[in-house]
Each structure stands twice: as C-alpha cells, then as structure tokens.
Design a protein around this ligand. Structure first.
Ligand code: SAM
Length: 281
C-alpha cells in the first residue's frame, strides 16, 4: 500500500523549500550508462515519487518529454507550481501502476522515494514500461551532515541525536532504509542482471543553509511530521527550539539563527540496471 506521509499541503511546501536537488553528476552518470547501449532519440523518461519535482526537472535537458509521478496530489500541485520547463509534466500516480504504454520509456528514475513503494510491483511495472535497453535508476541520499570547521563533529552529533533519539520511535522503517542504510538490503536489489551500484563519495550536494533553515529542514522529515501529529504544536515547537539552541551553542557565534550559515552535505548513492536488449517483457 502507498505511504501517505507526504500528503499534506503544508508538508509539501516545506519539502519543496528544504530538500536538495540531485547533483548533475549523478544524472550524467545515469545518462552515460543509458547511452552505452542505446543510441536512438532520447524521447521519454519518467521520475516516480517525484515529490515537488526536484528530481524530475534535472532530466529535462536530456529528453524530449519527462513526466514526474507522485501518489500525493499536494506534492504534484507544488511540483506544477515550481515547474519552469516546457517538456516536463506532472501527474498523480502510484508507483505500482504506471500510466504509460508498454515499452514507452527510456529511463525510469526514483529519487529518495522507492522505500515507500511496493517494490516487487514497482519493478514489475518498470519492466513493462521500459524499452529494451532502457534503464532503471534508483537513487537517494544519506542523512545530511552539517560541515562547519571545528564544530562539524558536534553538529553531526546534534542532528543524529534528533533523528535517532528524539524522533527515533516516530521514524518509519522506510526512512531508515534510505537515510541510514542506503538501500543495502536485498529488498531493493534491482531485477536486471546488468547493473551498477555506486555507494561512495563520488556524488554529493552541499547546500548552504541558515540555522533557521536547518531547523526547517527537520520539519520535512516524516518522523517529525508523525511527532507533530501525535504531540501537537507546543511539543513540536519546543523540540525544534531546543534543537536550534543546541546548534547555536555548538557554533559559539553571536549572530542570530537567521544570519548564521552552515553547509549541509548530502551524499548520494545510485543503483542502476538495464533491461536486456532484444528481449520484450
Ligand atoms: C522523500 S519524497 C522524494 C521526492 C523527490 N523525488 C526528491 O528527490 O526530493 C518521497 C515521495 O514519494 C511519494 N510516494 C510515496 N509512496 C508512493 C507511491 N506508492 N507511489 C508514488 N509516489 C509515492 C511521496 O508522496 C513523496 O512525494
């Protein structure tokens, strides 16, 4: 069954504001893999679990037509609002039944979303819609690490503490599978014999954020949203305030949280597989 943690309009807006866009290097790597065995026109690609569209937009320069799909109407509304590409469109759709004819897509991507899907059903659908030689790229990012000179270790500890201790029991297993385990379990194993797994430091994004924005980023976690639903406004605000205070005191600066900047490093991992050439599903 589809997970609905990201359904709320407010959450979709927070999500759009605080989540990173994938590094161009990761898409270049995916395109290089696709082109190893495919030399025709780059017609259609889709991005499943597109959220507010960050992971869909980056495909636009490569394909004639790109479709972002998400089960949440609120995310799709946000994605349409932010879309600035003519060849990109968005549609509400679950990953378990893709709205495309057989053998119609050259590339199916899913960024930071697959852990919410019914994986066997999604992979079956991917196999149906991919052309022979087409590529499935499943990727995501680990827990972000704040980087800030001498305070780096301490800041990481504070973010870890928030995720694992304060919000630990509100965090869904799916979130841990991506943030902490980068899809290492067999559950995510791609169905194609020809595949590449990249779990190293090659691809990352650094996002400079104020301490206020770092605190805002916490609110985009499904675990925080669960905490909020169960404990209400006051408890959620206090939790965030304490987190922000701890970050400020680790940084030992006299500026306000709005003015104080930290760098957040999101390290990406990538799993790619190619549908066998010359075989129809
Ligand atoms: C963590 S967000 C990732 C969004 C985006 N790809 C990104 O890189 O920021 C996960 C998204 O998966 C969507 N989702 C969850 N279950 C889904 C399903 N079964 N089918 C399609 N989308 C789903 C959620 O609504 C949410 O927008």
């Amino acid at each position: 069954m589809a997970n609905r943690f990201f359904e709320g309009v407010a959450h979709a807006a927070v999500y759009a504001k605080f989540r990173p866009s994938p590094p161009p290097s990761i898409i270049e790597r995916v395109m290089a893999f696709l082109k190893e065995k495919y030399s025709g026109a780059l017609t259609s690609a889709c991005d499943v679990g597109c959220g507010s569209g960050q992971s869909t937009q980056i495909l636009a320069p490569y394909f004639t037509s790109v479709t972002g799909l998400d089960v949440s109407q609120a995310q799709i509304t946000e994605a349409i609002k932010l879309n600035n590409r003519n060849n990109v469109s968005f549609k509400v759709s679950g990953a378990e039944k893709l709205p495309f004819p057989d053998s119609s897509q050259l590339l199916v991507t899913s960024c930071q979303a697959c852990h919410w899907f019914d994986i066997p059903q999604f992979y079956k659908e991917v196999d149906r819609v991919l052309v022979p030689g087409g590529v499935l790229a499943v990727y995501g990012y680990l827990f972000p690490r704040p980087i800030c000179e001498d305070a780096t270790g301490k800041l990481s500890e504070i973010v870890d503490h928030m995720y694992k201790k304060k919000l630990g029991r509100y965090i869904h297993q799916g979130s841990k599978e991506v943030y902490l385990e980068n899809y290492m379990s067999d559950k995510f194993k791609l169905i194609y014999e020809e595949q590449v797994e990249i779990r190293d430091d090659t691809h990352y994004v650094d996002k400079v954020a104020s301490v206020t924005e770092l605190t805002g980023y916490i609110t985009s976690w499904s675990g925080f949203q669960n905490f909020y639903k169960q404990n209400g406004d006051d408890a959620a605000s206090q939790l965030l305030q304490r987190f922000q205070n701890r970050i400020m005191s680790a940084l030992q600066v006299s500026t306000s949280p709005e003015e104080t900047k930290v760098c957040l490093r999101y390290r990406y991992f990538l799993l790619m597989g190619r549908k066998p050439v010359g075989m129809m599903s």
